[in-house]
Design a protein around this ligand. Structure first.
Ligand code: AP5
Ligand code: ZN
Length: 217
């Protein structure tokens, strides 16, 4: 399976992608998680990226394309396919991805857009907690961990993302609509687009996704 999840901040990309990864034995490439790893390690890229992420902007296309290329070439889990979460976010990124896949003689199966009204995203974003090392995601209200503030698997502390506040969310939504909107049109023109209602519960959203992937390996 080779698929892309597109959706605004808080739509549920990071909640659903691991289900696809586990069901289809593909790699889950989340560019936001990769950037947060760099931020945490305080690499030069991480220091620069943090400023951009906290301002709700987008990191440069060249850097993001380089990260995905490296993963597709070197991550063994991607042999069977992939689910991309947070990439491509601009038309140039989508074009570069096409070039990479062509060179590998691979084709995308589908692009799934998670559709949800902006106003529903505020509570999702402000209540989110993450386990930074794994990217596992919780919500204070909608999907609480078994023990408050602690990861179910490792028992380690959960944190709130520094870009998860209303002010930054507004900016992230702006860049989603202006920069990622055209990416959706790009894939619609290629006949790869599917839209699903992402305002439903996570299990209902998962059922709609699975119906898109029926018959895929
Ligand atoms: P990234 O990490 O990709 O952030 P994002 O796109 O804003 O998306 P989120 O992670 O906020 O949302 P999600 O859809 O994963 O929601 P989740 O499943 O966690 O990127 C961060 C930043 O990095 C960007 O702003 C940019 O600066 C930079 N960046 C990344 N990629 C880039 C690229 N390609 N190019 C340039 N820059 C890039 O769910 C949210 C919450 O809701 C959770 O608490 C969850 O438990 C809950 N929830 C999920 N589903 C449901 C449901 N169905 N019902 C109720 N609650 C739910
Ligand atoms: Zn995410």
């Amino acid at each position: 399976l080779r698929t892309i999840l597109v959706g605004p901040p808080g739509a549920g990309k990071g909640t659903q992608a691991p289900r696809i990864r586990d069901q289809f034995c593909v790699c889950h490439l989340a560019t936001g998680d990769m950037l947060r790893e760099q931020v945490q390690k305080k690499t030069p890229l991480g220091v620069e990226a943090k400023k951009i992420m906290d301002a709700g902007g987008l990191v440069s296309d060249d850097i993001m394309v380089g990260m995905i290329k490296d993963q597709l070439e070197n991550n063994k889990d991607c042999k069977n396919g992939f689910v991309l979460d947070g990439f491509p976010r601009t038309v140039p990124q989508a074009q570069k991805l096409d070039g990479m896949l062509e060179a590998r003689r691979e084709k995308l199966d589908s692009v799934v857009q998670l559709l949800i009204d902006d106003q529903l995203l505020i509570s999702r974003i402000t209540g989110r907690l993450i386990h930074a090392p794994s990217g596992r995601t919780y919500h204070r209200e909608f999907s609480p961990p078994k023990k408050p503030g602690l990861d179910d698997v490792t028992g380690e502390k959960l944190i709130q993302r520094s870009d998860d506040n209303v002010e930054t969310l507004t900016k992230r939504l702006k860049s989603y609509h202006s920069q990622t909107g055209p990416v959706v049109d790009y894939y619609k023109a290629k006949g790869l687009w599917h839209g699903i209602d992402a305002a439903q519960s996570p299990s209902v959203v998962w059922d709609s996704m699975r119906s898109i992937f029926v018959g895929k390996k």
